[in-house]
Design a protein around this ligand. Sequence first.
Ligand code: NDP
Length: 245
Amino acid sequence: MRSSLAGRIALVTGGARGIGAAIARRLHEDGAGVMITDLRAEDGQALAAALGGRVCFMEHDVSDDDAWRAVIEAVVSVFGRLDILVNNAGIYEPGGIADASLDDVERQIRVNQMGVFLGMRHAIAPMRSAGGGSIVNISSIAGQCGFPGAAAYVGTKWAVRGMTKTAALELAPDHIRVNSVHPGFIDTPMLDRNPPETNQAGVEATPLKRLGRPEDIAAAVAWLASDDAGFVTGSELTVDGGWLL
Ligand code: NDP
């Protein structure tokens, strides 16, 4: 077992499946206690049970301020502290500026942007008590360029990138590091929102010529969460097989 995170406590949102599940699994393998949260209670509970000791699940909507309060209280009451927050939960609703439904636009802003904002805000107090911490926000390559047909999603992912840098400046005096990770095309259920030809074109435009695996993203997050990244804050780590080049 790797042990770079021994004694640390992590909270992973949207951790019931996809990238979040791989992150929870990896942080647990690296020695951390993990609170997984998600809307998908059944999948989340099953994952927590499969991982075993020092992993819990709690149902949680990241766009809900009161729900965040309850989750942080639960983490501190079960594990005694919070060292690592991974703001991973996100939704993707394709739609261009001319035709996207305003409900979809608003929902993406609430989950992808407000959810990350609230997570960072609620993590500050327990991380101050712990003497510092590491926040990793999952943005996207869609937070580093434009994507026709996904204006609202792109806007929220650029917002995550900007909030990350601002939080890194605000929280550095508290020894809280804040970084963003920018996945390329990763093989999770989220890609089902695209027509197959869009994903195929994504692979063809990827110099490494494959979809990313959730574990590729989990490895980047584990590094940013660890003391090996102790001098890294406000950075954006692109994990896309070279797609953006
Ligand atoms: P998935 O859809 O596979 O998993 C996301 C999980 O988050 C789901 O269980 C989902 O539940 C949950 N979730 C959605 N809304 C909320 C909410 N309000 N509160 C709590 N949990 C919620 O997505 P991925 O694993 O692919 O994506 C994870 C992150 O990575 C997202 O932020 C995404 O934008 C980002 N990303 C993904 C890429 C990819 O190619 N897959 C590329 C770049 C970035 P439910 O299914 O019920 O909505």
